[in-house]
Design a protein around this ligand. Sequence first.
Ligand code: FAD
Length: 813
Amino acid sequence: MSKEIPSRTSVVVIGGGAVGCSVLYHLAKSGLSDCVLLERNQLTSGTTWHAAALVSPLRSSAALTEMAKYSARLYASLEAETGQSTGWRAPGHLNVAATEARLEQIRQAATLSRTFGIEVEMIGPAEAKKLHPLMRTDDLKAALYTPHSGRVDPSGICQAMAKGAKAAGARIFEEMPVTGFLREGDRVVGVATPFGEIRCDAVVNCAGLWGRQVAGMAGLAAPMFACEHFYLLTEPIPGMSADFPMVRDGDAYLYIREDVGGLLVGCFEPNPKPLSLERLPRDQAFMLLDEDWEHFEPMMAGAINRFPALESAGVRTLLNGPESFTLDNNPLMGEAPGVQGFYFACAMNSAGIALAGGVGQVMAEWILKGRPNADLWPADVRRFARIQDNTRTLVQRIPEVLAKHFDVNYPGQDYETARGVRRSPIYAEQQRRGAWFLQTGGWERPAFYRQDDKQTLPFRFGKPAWFEEWAGEHRAAREAVALFDQTSFGKLMITGADAESFLQRVCANDMAVPPGRVVYTSILNEAGGIESDLTVTRLAGDRYLAVTGTLQTVRDLDWLTKSRREGEHVSIIDVTSAWAVLGLHGPRSRALLERLSEADWANEKFPFGTAREVEVGPGVALAVRISYPGELGWELYVPTELAAAVYEAIVDTGAEFGLRHAGTLAMGSLRMEKLFRSWGHDIGPTVTPLEAGLAFSVALGKKQPFVGKDALLRQKEAGVTRRLVGFTFNDEEAFPLGTHPVFRHGALVGETTSVSYGHTLGRAVALGWIRGPELSRDAILSDVFEIEIAGVRYRATACLAPPYDPKGSRMRS
Ligand SMILES: Cc1cc2nc3c(=O)[nH]c(=O)nc-3n(C[C@H](O)[C@H](O)[C@H](O)COP(=O)(O)OP(=O)(O)OC[C@H]3O[C@@H](n4cnc5c(N)ncnc54)[C@H](O)[C@@H]3O)c2cc1C
């Protein structure tokens, strides 16, 4: 292999596994014929060569599922294009359930699969037996059959994509480690290797489980860590066929498929072993870790139960290979926050083969167009804060991520490891009051407050064990006053002489408001998609405070920073840690605040959508009159060191006004009754304000042009082809849990994006999409819809205005 590397190229892809080969292939096929791939050993020599290589389509989000579906299509077609076999075959897949909980889970998976356009069928044990005669089925309740699920030869797909990339002009250099990066300001402009430097416009970190090391060379965070990952290979078993479906037996932590006439038995065990990179041999290609029979033994018992032939089958090997995982089991993708030209496509969470084709396709779009066509927020590297890239956190948490791979995940359940790190100043008091914490972006946030002193909860689908506590907190906000800790909100201070003109260009709403005014605005991309939605308070002529969702902070800071123009006088600083945010929401919030403060809280003096600095109890706060629960209310931005004292004053005085501590569940059910959209759930970069019913957050008439305006004008002219609407369930017993398909006259027309029980409405409420030609107000409001929950269809009534307080008079009262 030639060592004469080019001195300049468009894109350098780092790593020659399935992902790197796919990124190179798609870049080259998209016209970047000069791009190169640098692999420090040989192609496939990282983790790719030993993958079990199941290509299962269903993933946690629509976009990731589309990526896996695309991968399957690509692997099926690459041989015809390149002449290189990929080993693609599609024997189908059986997800079997031996317990009631698993049965419920596979029913949900069936519904989700249909929502995402995957052909599936729920079948009984006898049918499962017919499909896989060697499998024990008498203890099964049912199975979810995915007939087109397939598998590949992982080396074959890499060789085929490499061949396709080279045919399009790309070049591959093996034995070529990247040892550093060339930086100019906030931009990566090249890579260093032992054989010289290559200057380039962009680099893509496809270094698999070494992705954190490679990111570290550029001074970047990459919260990921490796674990040992096992599968057993047997000698041929009589009667085995490659046409038998692959099997997942989640109750036994196993996935199983045919392999050269025998079985491959892999596991996601409940007690995985973390793997520090120091334990890996440096620069060794095609490496394997030590066998550990003691570790695998419990899984073996489950495997023999499911496939009795294993008892007497000869064992070829117990393979132990390393694989990398992230804090939420989704990959790291996209451009690094704060740095231009450095892209991530690593940490594949044991799905790197299934996803590689799609990852390459979307990364090529991302690099060439500046954004992908799909909503890849679940995999976007900017969903993590720098503080989450903490080695101790990762060592504790990552094995639990692997362990939960096949778990039945119930609402209200969270990881148990690496907890309690990112806390609000009143965390201890919340704990004392029985808060049940769930983690978001590392923050511990009360979901609800227990009214008993039990330390554990019974988890289940449907109506939760904490229904009454949740309802009580919800009612407090509707009828009296509830105290929410909103400290985890991201806060960005935008200052400078050009702050107003900068925000006028970047934000869709009119930001040229007087100091003291609060503006809810979308930030759009060029296609009119909502990159973020923010509440921005103008503090002074040259100073704005932008408040964003807990998880959006890094992303928004990155977007705003990268939107600055040369010479523009504007600085953007993350000031999240400077303030705690105590939200007082409910009809008695004004009376409570009047008791706590000399400020004038009357409607005329302190109207909705305004903000001012006030004294509250012994402290000071920026009081912002807005309310996500949709009631009279204020968010108090209290300097962090004053938070405890202000909180104590509120609590001391609050009892008289019916004050109740409330958590994120109540916040969720309150906002759902108001149909307030949530970025990352209901809206995102592929959704425009016109589709989402957020036209009010866009000032199409403002003088200064803004990003996304032209696209919105075009869409306004052409009309939308989908609408985000509200639904209330007709059946009071319906309990939706997440993404559910929406049917109109029996045809699938969309899916829900957020769901909750509405305690004031006395029934469940959802936000969701309706696609198709019949999108007029009359057609939507007069029609009957059905929403499917775990295989059962429930009637639902669509609404365009909030089912609770449609005119918003309570917020403005
Ligand atoms: C036991 C096991 C079973 C699995 N089964 C499946 C499965 O059934 N389905 C599935 O989808 N996935 C499966 N996986 C996961 C899958 O193998 C990985 O997700 C996938 O191979 C990751 O591909 P990659 O290209 O990201 O990483 P890799 O294949 O590891 O490639 C990264 C490359 O980067 C190179 N590199 C690192 N540092 C540098 C540097 N500084 N300069 C240049 N090159 C560098 C490495 O040498 C390596 O070749 C399994 C994994 C294991 C361990």
